[in-house]
Structures are given as C-alpha cells and as structure tokens.
Design a protein around this ligand. Structure first.
Ligand SMILES: [Zn+2]
Length: 463
C-alpha cells in the first residue's frame, strides 16, 4: 500500500513533520474532549473540528483512523479553580438540583447533538473520566514510587523539578514559572508550578473516591494520561486539543505519561487556534459565547460555521462575527445550489484533468490540513470551464473532507406547484432562441417567488 505522505505541524517540534504512523496505514488519535457540566459553545466546537478534519483528511488520503475523545465528568476545569476547592460539576449539580451523573449524562447528550449539527463525526471511543479512576490511582502511585510526586495532607502533587524536560511543549520551564509567580506561594507545594494529581476531598463533596492517601478526587491532567494510554497504549500517533490546552494541561500530561513510561508517548501534538469574539477569546467565563443551536435559531445554517472555520488555517485564531457568518451562510447555500444544478445538468464527457484537480486537493489537505488552500481550489473549480458533471463529482468527493453537505442543495429547493413545468418550457424557449417567451416565463416564475438566472451552464434557480 502506497499512501501519500502527510505533513502535520507538531507543537512540540515547532515545525511541520512527516507523519509516520506506528502501524502502517492506521493513525491513532487522542483528543481532549468536553467537560460535561455545561453546553459547548462554538469556540469549543472549533477545537473539536480539528480532529474531525484530521480524520476526514487522512481517510480521504487512504489511511484508517481510530479516535478516542474523553468526556470529563469529574467536575474541575483548571488547576486554579481546582486548587480553590471549587468543583464546577458540583456547582452545576447544586444549581440544577440533579446528581453529578445526571448532569454529566444530559450535557454529554447535548454535546453529541451539537457536534452532529456541524458534521463532526463521532469518535470511536468516548471514555468517561469517572470510569478510569483506578487507572489514575495506578499512575499516581507509580509517580510517587518514581520520585515524581509527593503527598501533603492527602493531596498528591507532581514535582515538576523531578522531570528535567518539563516545559518542552510550552516553554514554561520551572525557572520561568518561578520567576513569573505572583502572590503568596502555596506552602504545601515544593514549587509554585507543581500541580495536583489527587486532591483530598473537602466537606460535602458528592464525587469522592477512596485512595491510598485518603478520600479525594483526581486532577484534570492525570485523567488524560490515564485514558489515552489505557485505550491507545503507551505510544500513539497524534494528540489534539485547543491552543489553551498546551499549558498547563498537555505539559502536565507529558510530565506524567513520560515519567511513568520512560519514553515519548505521543508522536505529534496538534493544537487548534482559538475562536475570538470582538478581540477576546470566546469563553463561558467571559460571557461572550454562542451555542450552535443559538446560531440556528437566528436562521443560520449550522454548517455555515463549519464553512467559516474551513476558510482559516486550523492553527490560526479565528474571528467570529455575525457578518462573517452571514457571508459563509450565503456561500455554502450557493455552493449547494450550484452542485444541485450541475448534478441535474446533462452529463457530458468527464473532464480529462479531473485527476489533476483531485491531486491538487489532496496536496492541500496533506500539507498540514491546509483548508484555506482547499477552499480556494473549490472556488477556482466553480469558476472554471470544467464540465458541470465533473465539477459536481469533484465537489461531492471533496465534501467527504469538507463536510458541508454539498449534495443537499436540490432537497432544500422545493418548488411551488407548476414552477417546474414553467422552467422546462423556458428551457425549450431558450434553446429555440425565443427570448421574448423566455422573458415572459421568467417574469411568471418571479411572481411565484422563483428567481431564474441564466448562466453558461443553463438556468439556475433561486427561491
Ligand atoms: Zn486532556
């Protein structure tokens, strides 16, 4: 099997590197998934679009993929809030008067619905953190045994000074973290950058597990070390996350996993750029966020958001605005209509350069998932003199990667009674060069709410 070579930007190497899967032809991917005590906003969805785009691209190029995405149903999000003893899952549970399990189940379902709306295909595995606590305890025990962790009053901290490579992903080395530390140092920590592996349970906690250090709950970072290695083994190909996961989450994951195994676990680290709204990052805490269902309620096609995202490099920050979304919405609907027209159009000889167009598309996605280049190629193909059936065929094939439902145009366009007969008559009139009749028919159709445009490929209709 001769698969095309793929180059991906590795955050750790800080350059594009050729992908060499551990198993020939199969790419195994671990993706940091949602925390299920709240709804995902479109900024989160952009992050989850990266592994989807990665998988679709690799599969288009002939690889097989296996993706694991964890579900964080143990309620802490960041070390900061975590260290203050807050537990968002519990806050939600109290606010909504439900058990943490009920909260997690409800938001997991909402997450799966939301990703479906933007054509993010589900992962092969969705491990829940709460199911992997025994595995986390094993890792924490191994870290203590190996001299990488210490226990203070039932809480276990990772000793970042014990791992010389700490900082290799984010460049936040222990020295820099020490210099940048503000405020009172936590007297229980040896270094202000030490992070929590296991947190002693406070009072009134609902989610508590027994451990050799007393009752408590796991830190967020150890969850991903445990679940990734439990399912994919202690070496796998690609780890994805948002740019905001680089530090501390992934730096900590490397320190944990590599200290336990003694070798590199992840071959390529990929991070998606953040979604910005009026210059700041879309975040629940900042109050500037949208759910994809809200965009739909405003009349946008959810896939317009996907179109918008594809026009930017996945690594670049992307500005979100209603104007940008409206433009993407128009563009994706137009593209579908054209595909529908071309599919309906008469089939001519397949264009001899079909293969050449497709190889250009493959080259774009194989070059670090260069979707702006792929989308420019789409526009070039649309404008080109390529035979309509070939255009439709190429765009439908490429849509396996783009995921814009480009085949859907015809179905969206339901014509009022009698319109299709008038359209057929007008087609005949045009063929007979009876432009007077053709114009009359166009006016009649317009009165029915159907706009007709004459293009090189024939009539195009718009409701
Ligand atoms: Zn993670």
């Amino acid at each position: 099997m001769n698969l095309p070579s793929v180059r991906l930007y590795d955050t750790l190497a800080r350059r594009k590197e050729p992908l060499h899967p551990l198993e020939q032809g199969v790419v195994r991917i671990y993706s940091c998934g949602p925390t299920v005590y709240r709804y995902a906003h479109v900024g989160n969805l952009r992050t989850f679009m990266l592994p989807d785009l990665l998988r679709r691209s690799l599969e288009y190029l002939g690889y097989r993929t296996e993706q694991v995405m964890n579900i964080t149903d143990v309620g802490h999000l960041t070390d900061d809030t975590f260290d203050r003893g807050e537990d968002k899952m519990l806050v939600s549970a109290r606010l909504e008067k439900k058990s943490p399990e009920e909260i997690a189940a409800a938001y997991t379902e909402a997450f799966l619905d939301d990703i479906g709306l933007v054509n993010i295909r589900p992962a092969a595995h969705y491990p829940r953190a709460s199911d992997y606590v025994p595995r986390m305890l094993e890792l924490i025990e191994a870290l203590i045994q190996g001299g990488h962790a210490y226990v203070v009053d039932g809480t276990v901290y990772y000793d970042i000074a014990s791992f010389p490579a700490y900082g290799k992903l984010s460049r936040n080395t222990p020295g820099k973290l020490m210099a940048g530390h503000r405020g009172e140092p936590d007297p229980r920590k040896r270094h202000p950058g030490d992070f929590t592996l296991w947190k002693a349970a406070g009072e009134n906690r609902l989610q508590v597990w027994d451990s050799p250090w007393g009752p408590g709950f796991p830190g967020w970072h150890i969850e991903c070390s445990a679940m990734s290695m439990a399912i994919l083994g202690d070496r796998f190909d690609i780890h994805t996350g948002g740019a905001d996961n680089v530090f501390p989450h992934h730096e900590a994951e490397i320190a944990q996993s590599e200290a336990v195994t003694g070798h590199r676990v992840v071959s390529v680290w990929m991070h998606g750029g953040l979604l910005m709204l009026s210059g700041s990052r879309m975040a629940k805490s900042a109050g500037n966020f949208f759910r994809v269902t809200e965009l739909r309620e405003q009349g946008f096609d959810p896939l317009a958001f996907r179109y918008l995202a594809l026009q930017a490099k996945y690594r670049a920050p992307l500005n979100f605005s209603s104007e940008g979304l409206a433009g993407a919405d128009r563009a994706v609907r137009q593209l579908r209509e054209r595909v529908a027209d071309w599919v309906r159009g008469e089939r001519g000889a397949d264009t001899p350069d079909r293969e050449e167009w497709d190889s250009r598309f493959r080259a774009a996605i194989a070059d670090d998932l260069d979707t702006p280049r792929a989308m420019a190629l789409v526009a070039e193909l649309v404008r080109s003199g390529v035979e309509p059936a070939t255009k439709a065929g190429l765009l439908t094939a490429w849509d396996r990667v783009l995921g814009l439902d480009l085949h859907r145009g015809g179905k969206e366009l339901s014509l009022p009674d009698g319109a299709s007969a008038l359209l057929a008559e007008r087609e005949q009139a045009r063929e007979a060069k009876d432009f007077e009749r053709s114009d009359q028919l166009r006016d009649q159709l317009a009165a029915m709410g159907v706009a007709v445009l004459d293009t090189a490929e024939g009539q195009r209709i718009k409701r």
